[in-house]
Design a protein around this ligand. Sequence first.
Ligand SMILES: CC(C)(COP(=O)(O)OP(=O)(O)OC[C@H]1O[C@@H](n2cnc3c(N)ncnc32)[C@H](O)[C@@H]1OP(=O)(O)O)[C@@H](O)C(=O)NCCC(=O)NCCS
Length: 187
Amino acid sequence: MASAPKKHPTFVTRRLRVRPFRASDAKALHLLYGDAENLRYWGTDPSPSAQRTRKMMSWHLGYRPRNYVLWAVEEIKSRRLVGMINYHRRELREKRVDVGWLILPEMQGKGYMTEAGQALLRHLIDDLGVHKVEALIREENKASAALARRLGFRLEGGPIRDRWLVGGKWHNVMLYGLIAGEERVSR
Ligand SMILES: CC(C)(COP(=O)(O)OP(=O)(O)OC[C@H]1O[C@@H](n2cnc3c(N)ncnc32)[C@H](O)[C@@H]1OP(=O)(O)O)[C@@H](O)C(=O)NCCC(=O)NCCS
């Protein structure tokens, strides 16, 4: 398996360490990617096996050019990996990225992704010079839409028809967008 790139930073927030993934995270990652119920509004199918999750992680870590980067979200007090946050589809010329987020069901509703999302937005805008951050979210995914709004995203469009193919079915998504300067840094 490829090793985690050194150049991606770690963000330490009040309760979280948002850090690059490493090979030893494979098992914890499968808890996230293997949970079909938690992934019911996700853009790809749940992972059917730990082996498939490991392969996917290897692909993520080795992907070049690095327009897809994922971070592990670790709870500081338990040192447990509880979620992941990523950017993907980075468009260098247009200074734009998409973001995605996922956290274990028992860790939801504690403000963790708000915290991780704020840290990622700061990195994207302040360090990488990103101008526009977008998130594609299924209309039914109220928790994700609420999180996006809490971070400062606005609903910009949709339903965008047949954007995701999941479980053999096409799904529409809504487009949320945030322009640098619109991010909410605290609640
Ligand atoms: C979408 C998702 C990542 C949100 O993560 P989360 O960590 O539960 O989000 P948060 O805890 O930051 O915010 C959720 C709630 O916590 C509450 N909260 C509690 N304490 C908080 C705190 N200290 N700070 C911020 N919010 C807090 C918020 O008020 C919010 O409630 P509300 O939505 O009723 O207003 C999570 O639901 C998830 O993993 N879903 C499954 C995967 C998925 O669909 N991902 C998105 C695909 S587009």
